[in-house]
Design a protein around this ligand. Structure first.
Ligand code: UDP
Ligand code: MG
Length: 153
């Protein structure tokens, strides 16, 4: 099965939304394969947001990502990268569809509560950036036959 890297940003922790976001992940039938709290620093953020380091808003983005610890997760599921990007909603919370995490829980283009990998290739790179191999657990919930139909997973 496919995996994706998710970060619950300081805007998620500080606003007390962690439980609600994790509830939505689990109620969808998504497997949490790794989870930990981390304090991010400038070095990891320059790698993680390499596509944005030259933007004028990067210093403010980096500060917002270091304002408190984050919760990093590896999520597992069939087509999970695409499924979870759809659950996340578009970058600007004000434009995100109701029903998405950003569309239901935030009003900001920067403090948008969550990061989700945008491609299978980037997910692999990001998981390796945030997790050691032994921190990602290879288990299958007993409910699996009820999450997916025969032959789907
Ligand atoms: N961001 C921002 N201003 C912008 C664009 C992005 O502050 O104009 C922040 C925002 O927190 C976003 C992150 O930079 O989640 C990464 O940007 P990206 O374009 O990769 O969006 P995402 O994949 O998170 O939707
Ligand atoms: Mg992105």
């Amino acid at each position: 099965m496919e995996q994706t890297l998710v970060l619950l940003k300081p805007s998620c922790l500080e606003r007390g939304l962690v439980g609600q976001v994790i509830t939505r992940i689990q109620q969808r039938g998504i497997i949490i394969s790794g989870i930990k709290m981390m304090q991010l620093d400038e070095k990891i953020l320059r790698e993680h947001y390499a596509h944005l380091v030259d933007k004028p808003f990067f210093p403010s983005l980096a500060a917002s990502m270091m304002a408190s610890p984050v919760i990093a997760m590896v999520l597992t599921g069939v087509e999970i990268v695409e499924v979870f990007r759809k659950m996340t909603g578009v970058t600007n919370g004000r434009k995100a569809e109701p029903g998405t995490l950003r569309g239901d829980f935030c009003m900001s283009g920067q403090a948008n509560i969550i990061h989700a990998s945008d491609s299978v290739e980037n997910a692999k790179i990001e998981i390796a950036r945030f997790f050691r191999p032994e921190e990602v657990f290879d288990y299958i919930p007993v409910t699996m036959p009820y999450i997916y139909g025969d032959g789907e997973a």
